[in-house]
Design a binder for this molecule. Structure first.
Ligand code: IPE
Ligand code: IPE
Ligand code: MG
Length: 264
């Protein structure tokens, strides 16, 4: 069994997570590829290619820093609205990255997961994803999750449908349904909630990323475009995270009180 399993069930709204020096789980919206390229008079796709290189660097930096989970927003459920040629180039880049990087990830004991509605991807891409997930399934150094054709609303809806399919009797007694029923069906039920959310590229919005899971995540926004985001930029985000006080609804005084033995 994976070393990650027991903690993944902890919900920040049902109980108070234990303080840690973390972050254990970093979720990133990798934004600004297009503007990075445009500023250099390059086609937008050049920014996406550069962005793939940054993924490799940031994952390696995360491993060294002892981060257990990195989740990257690669393609949102709304990104299909982009021009068809940009969408197909993004799909091609995704396939190339899977073909080229999986061996290296596996050698570094990185487990790869892809979350999102994969049914809309062409069969070859679905096959590459399934093979990469199967090959890296037992790796336990860091779990890299790529969110592709992912939307936070899609996730909550698919979880709800799966729950009702599995326990149809709940549809007759909806008052019995609570968070703990839904959580196992969310796409990232294997991971703890993100501690730190980073969005590069200057925008300060969630853009339908992990809506449920970000309930108590620390949010960090930087103007740096994703193709310029490096290990030093990651360290700045981590330093900002460590300087914060995570209260989970309590007062600051309570946070500093010694924890009684039987507290949950
Ligand atoms: C993020 O960069 C990558 C994807 C959404 C796939 P953008 O392509 O959104 O870059 P900007 O925001 O246009 O600069
Ligand atoms: C969010 O970026 C999605 C990804 C990085 C994959 P967008 O560039 O699509 O977000 P908006 O449209 O500016 O909100
Ligand atoms: Mg963008």
């Amino acid at each position: 069994m994976s070393k990650f399993k027991p903690e993944s069930a902890v919900s920040s709204t049902l109980s108070i997570p234990a303080p840690d020096k973390g972050p254990r789980h970093v979720a990133i919206i990798m934004d600004g590829n297009g503007r990075w390229a445009t500023q250099r008079h390059l086609p937008r796709v050049a920014g996406h290619s550069k962005g793939v290189e940054r993924v490799r660097d940031v994952i390696e930096a995360a491993v060294v820093r002892g981060i257990d989970f990195v989740t990257l927003f690669a393609f949102s459920s709304e990104n299909w609205r982009r021009p068809a040629d940009e969408v197909s180039l993004l799909m091609r880049l995704f396939m190339m990255a899977l073909e080229r990087e999986v061996s290296r990830m596996h050698a570094n004991r990185i487990r790869l997961r892809v979350v999102g509605d994969l049914s809309r991807f062409e069969p070859r891409l679905q096959e590459l994803i399934a093979n990469a997930e199967a090959r890296t399934a037992n790796n336990d150094r860091l779990t890299l999750t790529v969110a592709a054709n992912y939307g936070g609303r899609w996730d909550v809806m698919q979880a709800f449908r799966s729950l009702i399919r599995a326990q149809p009797e709940l549809a007759q007694q909806p008052e019995l349904i609570d968070e703990a029923h839904l959580a196992p069906y969310l796409a990232m039920s294997y991971a703890p909630e993100p501690d730190l959310f980073i969005r590069t590229g200057g925008e300060q919005r969630i853009s339908n990323f992990l809506l449920w899971q970000l309930a108590y995540t620390e949010l960090y926004f930087t103007d740096t475009w994703w193709p310029d985001f490096d290990a030093a930029a990651l360290d700045e985000a981590i330093a900002s995270y460590r300087a914060r006080e995570r209260r989970f609804g309590r007062t600051s005084a309570q946070v500093h009180e010694p924890v009684p033995q039987d507290a949950c």
